[in-house]
Design a protein around this ligand. Structure first.
Ligand code: FES
Length: 159
C-alpha cells in the first residue's frame, strides 16, 4: 500500500529506476506492491517513489521465487523483517536458514519420487501391488483432481 504523499527524498527511486536496478518489469513491482511485499509512496505530482531499501526486499523476493517458496510464506517472512532499515546480512542469514530446511525436505521428497520412478522407467507393468506410482481405476481421483501422488509429496512439508 502506498505511503502518504510527501516530498521526494534524495535516496528515493522512481518505479522505472527500481525496475531497472532490480531487473524486473514495472508490472512485477506493481504486483509485489499489491501483494504487500514492498511499499511505495506518492509525490505531490502523484509519481510513485520507492525507498532505495526496497531493492533488497525485491532481491529476497526474487531469490525466494527461484527456490519455489510460496508467496504467502515470502510475505510472512518479509513482514517479520524491519521496515525502517535495509535488510542486513543477519536478516538474510535468518531467512535463508529457514528456507534451507524447507528446501532440504523438498529435495528429500523429490529424491524419493525419483527413486520410485526409476523402477517404473522401462517397466510398464502398472501393477497395483508392486508399482509405487500407478493408480488403477483412479482411486486417488476421489481425493481430488490432478496428480495426487505428486501433490501429496510436494505438500507434505507444508502440513
Ligand atoms: S510401472 Fe512397473 S513398477 Fe511402476
Amino acid at each position: 500500500m502506498p505511503r502518504p504523499v510527501g516530498r521526494p527524498r534524495a535516496n528515493d527511486l522512481s518505479v522505472g529506476e527500481v525496475a531497472a536496478r532490480a531487473g524486473v518489469a514495472v508490472s512485477t513491482l506493481h504486483f509485489y506492491e499489491s501483494e504487500g511485499l514492498i511499499e511505495s509512496w506518492r509525490t505531490a505530482a502523484n509519481h510513485r517513489r520507492f525507498d532505495r531499501r526496497e531493492l533488497r526486499r525485491i532481491a529476497v523476493i526474487r531469490m525466494a521465487q527461484q527456490l519455489g517458496i510460496p508467496l504467502a510464506e515470502i510475505r510472512e517472512v518479509l513482514a517479520a523483517l524491519p521496515r525502517d532499515k535495509a535488510l542486513s546480512k543477519a536478516d538474510w542469514q535468518a531467512v535463508s536458514q529457514g528456507w534451507r530446511a524447507r528446501l532440504d525436505a523438498r529435495i528429500a521428497q523429490l529424491e524419493q519420487l525419483r527413486d520410485e520412478l526409476d523402477g517404473c522407467i522401462g517397466c510398464g507393468c502398472l501393477s497395483l501391488e508392486s508399482c509405487p506410482l500407478y493408480n488403477p481405476s483412479d482411486r486417488r481421483g476421489r481425493e481430488g483432481a490432478g496428480p495426487r501422488v505428486w501433490i501429496d509429496a510436494m505438500t507434505k512439508d507444508q502440513a
